[in-house]
Design a protein around this ligand. Structure first.
Ligand SMILES: Nc1ncnc2c1ncn2[C@@H]1O[C@H](COP(=O)(O)OP(=O)(O)OP(=O)(O)O)[C@@H](O)[C@H]1O
Length: 344
């Protein structure tokens, strides 16, 4: 296997007794990119991250992290790896500053460098005012932030973040997102697991999907954004919009079955575009005039932003008062649901 930077895993396996927690994972995470690790509960994400962090020995497979094997070259690999577990549990009797200086000492940073780094990171994660408070007084979200700072103490090339956003308030989530993007821009490799897929959309360049311990798909987030998926369109005149969509082949001819697709429900994601069927606007039992222009919307499957722009241009030039067009759900969420559907 190549000894480039980043993370490479090939056919990695790890069982706990009869449970095959990781059962054939292939993964590449490249420097300068954020890779999302996505999968349902129990799909092996944490187990895989522990293997990559050198904290769990795999039963089989090949792994390199920053060019080193975490098992046979553990010291070199760990020196280049920052690990943030999903629960920050240790050293509660130390102050936040001491947690960071202790980690710095463990990585053999000179004392003054470690102290400066601790101060810098406490500011970065907005914990200055708790610097000299014992870590156990921190809230869950604050502990997450300290955990992130701890992972960054030795300025690692590779970051393994397990559910870093859990427990964070909205401001801290935005900060996390910006920080993760900044770290990737510095050339670091970031592998991040989360259940909050909409959040990963804004952070990740690539995504690796796990199911039952195996890699089931690898996607570029940009490419996934261009894939066919539902978009929600609203117009000041929903009746005119729906008639135009039907007449232009975006919807089956309006009829009793098209009504239920008019919705604001965020969880309606199935495909709807049928074969083009021209339709006389104004017909159809579900076309009720006088709808609240602020309400409603129509879901249409489109091939990404280019198709959405073309639809918008055409609809507006035909006089349809379109007020918004946007994806009806996140990129990774859609890809995840599509995969789940395929695997049923
Ligand atoms: N130490 C352990 N002993 C026994 N079984 C374990 C152990 N750690 C994990 N498992 C099992 O391995 C499987 C994968 O667990 P893992 O924690 O890696 O999944 P996950 O994808 O991180 O899940 P979640 O999204 O819920 O955090 C699960 O069935 C789990 O019960």
């Amino acid at each position: 296997m190549s000894s480039d930077g980043g993370i490479r895993a090939r056919d990695v396996r790890r069982a706990f007794g009869q449970v095959k927690a990781v059962d054939g994972v292939d993964l590449v995470a490249r420097p300068g990119r954020v890779t999302a690790l996505v999968g349902p509960n129990g799909s092996g994400k944490t187990t895989l991250l522990l293997v990559l962090a050198g904290l769990l020995v795999p039963d089989a497979g090949e792994v390199t992290v920053a060019g080193f094997d975490p098992v046979t070259q553990g010291v070199e690999a760990r020196r280049r790896t920052g690990w943030m577990p999903d629960v920050f549990g240790t050293w509660d009797s130390l102050t936040c500053r001491e947690v960071l200086t202790t980690v710095a000492a463990a990585y053999r940073l000179p004392r003054d460098v470690g102290a400066a780094r601790a101060a810098e990171l406490l500011t970065l994660v907005h914990l200055d005012e708790y610097a000299d408070a014992p870590a156990h007084v921190l809230s869950r979200g604050q502990k997450q932030r300290l955990g992130l700072a701890r992972a960054l103490v030795h300025d690692p090339d590779v970051l393994l973040l397990d559910e870093p956003a859990s427990g964070l308030d909205p401001r801290s989530r935005v900060d996390l997102r910006e920080l993760v993007r900044r770290l990737a821009a510095q050339g670091k490799t970031v592998l991040i697991s989360s259940h909050v897929l909409t959040e990963l959309d804004e952070m990740a360049d690539d995504a690796v999907f796990l199911s039952r311990g195996r890699t089931v798909a690898t996607r570029s987030v940009t490419a996934a954004a261009a894939e066919r998926r539902p978009w929600r369109i609203t117009a000041l005149d929903t009746v005119a919009l729906r008639a135009w969509l039907a007449a232009n082949g975006y919807l089956p001819a309006a009829g009793p079955t098209s009504g239920p697709r008019d919705t604001l429900a965020p969880d309606v994601t199935g495909p709807i575009a049928g074969p083009a069927t021209a339709k006389d606007p104004g017909e159809g039992p579900d076309e009720t005039r006088g709808e609240d222009p602020g309400e409603g919307g129509v879901l249409v499957d489109l091939d990404g932003a280019v198709a959405a722009a073309a639809l918008l241009r055409a609809a507006v030039s035909d006089g349809v008062p379109v007020s918004s067009i946007a994806p009806a759900g996140g990129v990774l969420e859609q890809a995840y649901l599509a995969l789940e559907e395929e695997r049923r």
